[in-house]
Design a protein around this ligand. Structure first.
Ligand SMILES: [Zn+2]
Length: 169
């Protein structure tokens, strides 16, 4: 089932999430819905707070469902390694229409449970490292905007406020 994606300004997007204490039928339904919603958007990653659920769950698929074996389901993820730095343009399904160059690690490894509750390490460079950091940030209540400084951030926030006033956000 598709779930609506909330946008910048929704309180749940700016709050730290809680860990999943037990993987239940409801957790698995949430994951299935998140994967479906990510593919439909389309996007390469989606975090539970983006569909209004304050839990430490996110999904990533750089192929957007086009290649098998690239879907990562991350429950209670945390970084075990992060190194290097890259700056590339980045967007977010909760900030439609906006992109900005965001500094991110060039390599990252995350330990998490998969949808069966098996502990796994997902490791990547380039876009995967960026996606891991972007989605884990969501679980801590951070958007890519929060990684920008000064004027770059202010310009986007001002544009969003204007869209909001016009009822288009
Ligand atoms: Zn995002």
């Amino acid at each position: 089932m598709l779930r609506p994606i909330v946008r910048y300004g929704a309180p749940g997007l700016h709050t730290k999430t809680s860990p999943v204490s037990e993987i239940t039928e409801e957790t698995r339904r949430l994951i299935d819905d998140m994967v479906e919603t990510m593919y439909a958007a389309p996007g390469v990653g989606l975090a539970a707070p983006q569909v209004g659920v304050p839990l430490r769950v996110c999904v990533i698929d750089l192929s957007v469902g086009k290649r098998g074996g690239e879907l990562h389901v991350l429950i209670n993820p945390h970084f075990v390694e992060r190194e290097g730095m890259q700056i590339e343009d980045e967007g977010c399904l909760s900030l439609p229409g906006f992109t900005a160059g965001v500094p991110r690690p060039s390599r990252a490894a995350v330990r998490a449970l998969d949808r069966s509750g098996v502990e796994r390490v997902v490791e990547g460079t380039g876009l995967l490292a960026r996606a891991l950091q972007h989605e884990l940030d969501h679980l801590d209540g951070l958007l890519f905007l929060d990684r920008l400084r000064g004027i770059k951030r202010d310009i986007i926030v001002r544009k969003i406020r204007k869209l909001d006033r016009l009822g288009r956000w």
